[in-house]
Design a binder for this molecule. Sequence first.
Ligand code: HEM
Length: 520
Amino acid sequence: MGSVLGLAEGWQVQPALLLSLLLLLCLEGCRWLRGCRRRPGRSPPGPFAWPLVGNAMQLGSSPHLTFAQMARRYGDLFQIRLGRHAIVVLNGEATIRQALLQHRAQFAGRPDFASFRLVSGGKSMAFGRYSSQWQRHRRLAHSTVRAFSTANSLTKKLFEQHVSGEARDLVQVFLRLGAAGSHFEPSRHLVVATANVMCALCFGRRYSHDDLEFRRLLGRNDKFGQTVGAGSLVDAMPWLQAFPNPVRSVYQDFKQLNREFFEFVKDKISQHRATYQPGTTRDMSDAFIGVIEHGELAGGGLTQEHVEGSVTDILGAGQDTTSTALSWILFHLIRFPELQRRLQQDIDKVVGRDRLPGLQDKASLPYLEAFIYEMLRFTSFVPMTIPHATTAHVDINGYHIPKDTVVFINQWSVNHDRHKWREPGTFHPGRFLNPDGSLNRDLTNSVMIFSVGKRRCIGEQLSKIQMFLFTAILVHQCTFQANPSEQLSTDCSYGLTIKPVSFTVLVRLRDRYRGIVSPA
Ligand code: HEM
């Protein structure tokens, strides 16, 4: 009955819909013909773009791979169209560095996308357009992140304690879940663990792994990434919102999850405002309230809502990325048991069995660092940066790019460049070690996953500490095994971050209980 009614209603709106589509098609056709006639000689090359949809049908399920293929044909800088947007795609280390470092300000914009305006209550720094106010916002966000993590040895120690506490808790959760020798899905617990690290910094509190409301709040990271990731059709083809289709559903989920996430943060910030005491900084929320509402930036263009915007940005960006990194680390530990054994041997030799690994051990564990860098390179799990836009006309590689052009930056292409990496499709941590076993810093620095230039990630140092400590503590305490009834596949779901398809693990405590981590 419901479906018959639905069909009848559908038929009533269809003529209007068809008319609008036809009109759009005509407008697109005119624009396309004009473009063909007027295309200046120095426009970047690129594949033929169809009216209305442009190159949308060619992107496939992994646009970064498609772009790398297109780069072989058109060069490292080429142009595509998605719906009504001309998009310049940058590939390869030289071209990306030239754009983002030699023309920093010109490539530091963000597109004026409707979805971007919804993030963090419309006051997002990460998705905000480039301006002098944005620069003040970014400086403040960056210095606040540093002040609670790597600014000096004291803040570093405090941060280490937060991460180490979460890693210990995670070991207990894993041992509890695997107590009866059962396999379980680890990813959602990695999300809670990393979100807890960020909640400790932002609000001075953490949540239980069993807190269903917290888990629900964090459980839709994929919908966020599918909407704002490069190649998303949500903003490129706004007319897709006019009738039911998968793009519209993803966008509806995106709107709701942004609302809920922002409300969660807003609630915490209002509690902080109510109990705020000048001169006392309990956490990042207090730090933002202090500077924006009571300090030197009061009345300086950043408003109260920038407090909520900044904290939402940091909490959102901080948990999705780092938890995805940890998922890929576990994935590679079970995929390559021999590498896991080598990591355990190294850690046992340096740390012993009577204490947990800490940051002081980092310099003595080059293979562990190499393993993490190889995970970053191999997966390139933020394959494309958040889309950029040009803030002015710019000439690069002999091509002219007009102001306000959307720019996609293909980090994956840098990490899988055959001229730079031997067998880039092979997982081989040893590539990052010098012949004497030390870490090759030049090579680790050239892995591109945090972007470069004015939009470079502000959480890089903080997340590197987390990746090291979580991995070291998990591997020191536990052995991870794949589920023999599961085929481990390197397939992944594409978005702003690419995630492994769901997999389960078996976790065993390595030693008898020695009082470091309490038994399950
Ligand atoms: C392994 C973990 C992480 C990776 C791989 C990563 C990667 C990235 C990338 C690729 C961008 C986009 C840069 C661009 O558009 O050019 C970015 C931006 C950003 N990241 Fe991260 N990130 C990570 C962790 C974090 C953490 C822990 C935080 C929080 C402290 C954070 C906060 C941000 C913010 C606020 C931006 C926006 C910067 C801007 O637009 O100026 N990220 N990150």
